[in-house]
Design a protein around this ligand. Structure first.
Ligand SMILES: [Mg+2]
Length: 308
């Protein structure tokens, strides 16, 4: 099976200007652009934990496996360059495909995303076993002249912003991840951002992580948080509020970032992205996660969210 798959990959993986040696040798060789630092991230997703293979188009699973890694490169404001893919396949395949067919479907899910973001699929490894499907992707990016965007640069007084709308990703967006790569690069180039990350485990938990990394607190103005239509739909079914979904659901893969207030206000005025940019609160001196009510009063907010 592995030989057949390697043959399929050699025939089907597109060439890439930076990829000198791809699939078929012992390791891949990439030309590396002279400028910029190497940014590396890796993330594995597993059947039954991150998706249900029996109920999911494997192309979407492939898309997600690469998408979550590109979202982490976006979080660092890094340009994606390449990725390597390790598949651990159920011996008998799944989702109606044999093992090789399943692998091909996963790649069919990854390749359009790789092409859209200029990512070379440089190589990988394929194994099979008597267990569920697991996919591990390692992605390589490079920093721009601005350097990496980190979680640790926020200061009390900075505004806290998000892209897009939050909550309810389980209705589909958790699979059809749209990594905010272009958005992060544009924001980081055009505006002075102080800190940033992607929202993978829910706004509340991730905001508390950004606050902890920056040595400050984050106070959210709950009424300003952009709530997705999915969060509203889900709320109708399960009795939790749309806001609870926006705060606590995982896998939004939007950007959470901070900037000085005047810079943030300029961003909101200019709305430079195809998705909305919204100020949802500010950094405060007191560590932890807070809500600021409409009278300006701070109360503690639970950093709930989806913990892997
Ligand atoms: Mg992340």
């Amino acid at each position: 099976m592995e030989l057949e798959l390697v043959r399929w990959l050699s025939d089907n993986l597109p060439s890439h200007p930076l990829l000198r040696i791809g699939i078929g040798d012992d390791a891949a060789v990439l030309r590396w652009p002279r400028d910029g630092e190497l940014v590396v991230t890796t993330d594995a997703i597993t059947d039954q934990v991150d998706f249900l293979l029996a109920e999911t188009d494997p192309r979407l699973v492939g898309h997600k496996a690469l998408g979550v890694n590109l979202s982490d490169l976006a979080a660092m404001a890094a340009e994606p360059v390449a990725a390597v893919v390790s598949l651990v396949l159920p011996r008998n395949g799944g989702a109606g495909f044999d093992a090789k067919g399943l692998a091909v479907e996963l790649y069919h899910g990854m390749l359009p995303l790789a092409e859209r973001f200029g990512v070379a699929i440089a190589g990988g490894d394929t194994n099979s076993w008597d267990g569920p499907l697991a996919i591990s992707v390692t992605a390589f990016g490079r920093t721009t002249e601005r350097g990496p965007l980190r979680r640790s640069g926020a200061k009390a007084g900075d505004a806290v912003l998000v892209t897009g709308a939050l909550g309810g990703s389980i209705l589909g967006r958790h699979l059809s991840v749209e990594p905010r790569v272009r958005e992060a690069l544009l924001l980081n180039e055009r505006y002075q951002l102080s800190a940033g990350m992607d929202i993978s485990d829910g706004l509340a938990l991730d905001a508390s992580r950004l606050a902890a990394a920056s040595g400050c607190g984050v106070a959210l103005r709950l009424e300003t948080i952009p709530v997705s239509d999915d969060a509203r739909r889900l709320a109708e079914r399960d009795g939790r509020s749309p806001l609870e979904h926006a705060l606590g659901d995982g896998e939004d893969f939007e950007l959470l970032f901070t900037a000085a207030l005047d810079v943030a206000e300029q961003m909101v005025r200019e709305q430079p992205l195809d998705v909305p940019v919204t100020i949802i609160g500010e950094c405060v001196a007191e560590p932890g996660l807070w809500r600021r009510d409409t009278n300006g009063v701070l109360t503690s907010l639970e950093a709930s969210g989806f913990r892997h």
